[in-house]
Design a protein around this ligand. Sequence first.
Ligand code: GLN
Length: 536
Amino acid sequence: MTKYIFVTGGVVSSLGKGIIAASLGRLFRARDYSVIIQKFDPYINIDPGTMSPFQHGEVFVTDDGAETDLDLGHYERFTDTCFGQVNNVTSGKIYQEVINKERRGDYLGATVQVIPHITNEIKTKIVAATKQFKPDFHIIEIGGTIGDIESLPFIEAIRQFKSEVGIGNAISVHCTLLPYLPTSGELKTKPSQHSVNVLRSYGIQPELLVCRTSKPIPKTEREKLALFCSVPKDAVVECRDMKTIYEVPLALENQGMCSVVLKMLNTEERTPDLTSWENLIKRIKNPERTLKVGIAGKYTKLSDAYISVVESLKHAGYANSAAIEIKWINSEECVDYSSCKSMLADVDAVVVPGGFGVRGIEGKLNVIRYARENNLPFLGLCLGMQCAVIEYARNVAGLKGANSKEFDENPTHPVIDIMLEQKNVKGYGGTMRLGAYDCKLKEDSKAANAYGSLVISERHRHRYEVNNEYIDTITKAGLVFSGMSPDGMLAEIVELPKLDWFVACQFHPEFKSRPDRPHPLFNGLIEAAIKQQGKL
Ligand code: GLN
């Protein structure tokens, strides 16, 4: 039978509950147990697909085409498992389904209420995910902070669920913050006590506390927390600020967190195998070199907007013993070519990531032109590939005025056009070309050599594509279309074979990179940058 772990947060938001849930997931995997992680987000949007990356960070895309919260990225990266639609549920989705049922008459005239209709729907979503994956452990993270009005139905659903499955089959892990007061030199436990009290007032007694802290928790404070929050002493887990998030699983393991959880869930302890993870941390902590990589986008004020891109660059760095320093380049500041040049003068490689809308585009085109003309290792992602095609069309293939129809309704040369299947799409949210599709690679291309395979599957999220009418002209001018959809109709990868690394793809490779298994395209970029460093 699947065992359940509910993860809530208290005191403040941004505690890193997602990393804690994902780290516990890694500890189950290290014991060869299967695990899934599901995120419940209390906001009313159906999914984060329509939310601004400025507010909510990156939209993570799963193989089955769900537009999800960025925590799903952490879950996949830490557990090395692919999740899907069922793993991210919002209040909006729950309410939409309940209202649809009401309109269909499914409730047979009953008054539709938060309890039991909304809470039942939430429980149905938990069970649906369990049924789909049949995991040994099912971790459920509730977004938001205890005490928020909007998360109440989720908390009530957990309370019911826990008592329905019974003691020994489900536990709650509550994550809190221990603030440090420099004036008295103390870590304070009171906010955590209050937060647990609020949780209890909803009928949930947490079995475990994970405390975020900047200092080690003294024994007396640990005892105090155990006493006031009614948890065993070994169930007070310290989660100190780490150099890298990938250290968190080891820190939790060192305190025996997973063993305590297994005992509480009446499950057999197994010897964990964390060797490869430990080796990863060793590599992270002992880099042989540093590389500065530019990311030229428009959401540079909020690094969460490109979190999977940043993580993928780091993963490729880990594999090559390189520490990656990110230089955020606001593409709007690259519209003038000479400022673009000085912006790129000190980077070892540059990435132009995905995005929407015309703002910052001319700057991105300049960044790509500079990379092309100066053999600066370059990786373009989705919009970044579309820009690479526009730049090549304009500046090399002689197609003056080449543009995407996303930015100009009637360009002289619409080298990027809306996809046929997207032409009549009206609504927003879940309507783009989403999820995993196969792609065929050209033999001996940079892409094929990097992947070591001629057929790959990658995740997508776009409405526009390369206009096939221009492929011949652009190919003749030297840009190689090295990846195409299996029917040959959709351009997936372009590259310049003569340069060290000038590769751009229509898909989002950043969603499939793993800390201990970097994505081939990011790895290619970093290897090229290192090769060039060696030349200097
Ligand atoms: N805006 C472009 C499109 O819709 C690129 C999307 C992206 O970068 N995810 O095709």
